[in-house]
Design a protein around this ligand. Structure first.
Ligand SMILES: [Zn+2]
Length: 55
């Protein structure tokens, strides 16, 4: 399982995006950030790939 947490992206939110692959986790995190934190989206998307965790 791959995860990307909002906290690791510097966003004060408990959401954690999950996926079976890096790409799935990135897609889930991207959708969430765009919908819920549009003011953070540009910075968060740039950092996302380096914030993927293996769980
Ligand atoms: Zn969030």
């Amino acid at each position: 399982m791959k995860t990307i947490s909002d906290k690791d992206l510097g966003i004060d939110c408990d959401f954690v995006a999950r996926g079976n692959t890096d790409q799935e986790a990135i897609e889930a995190a991207t959708a969430h950030v765009r919908d819920e934190h549009p003011e953070e989206a540009e910075r968060a998307l740039a950092a996302m790939r380096s914030k993927i965790r293996n769980e």
